[in-house]
Design a protein. Sequence first.
Length: 191
Amino acid sequence: MVLVLASASPRRAELIRRLDPEGTVLALRIRPADIDETPRDGEPSPAYVARMARTKATAVTEGDALVLGADTVVVLDGAILAKPADAMENAGMIERLAGRTHQVTTAVALARGGELLEELAVTTDVRFRALGDDDARRYAATGEGLDKAGGYGIQGLGAALVLAIDGSYTNVVGLPLAETLALLRRWDVLS
């Protein structure tokens, strides 16, 4: 079965490959969607992340193949923390998250031929530990958080920033694996 991932995220591709480690059932193709990811004025984060996943999934078509689109947002006090532009912005994000709980939401959408079939969203609460004076700057200097929503990677060095999570770990990485597997099974992609 061919599944097209409408995302450039290597973390999402890696997570999907875990569902079929031998590669005997699933032929995964990567075709990132070229879309405008600008939030609309006043658009709530749940609506934004769902719209992004839908738009990615429906923007990419490859014959009769199923297309999976996903998007992840990190939200603190109702505000989306996007990917930081540089180490200074990254350190500022980490400082804002320090000692607090924020939400990570990933929306996943499945489409075929540009038509939406199904979508879902998963939210995980993530609590950062209190940080010392230079912890945020030192983490930002690693560069690990520059290509990640919220400016950190829980699957890497960023794990040392996290005190606790309530919900799906893989959701925080970028794709809620249990829920995505259930979605793919409903559409006979995997058994």
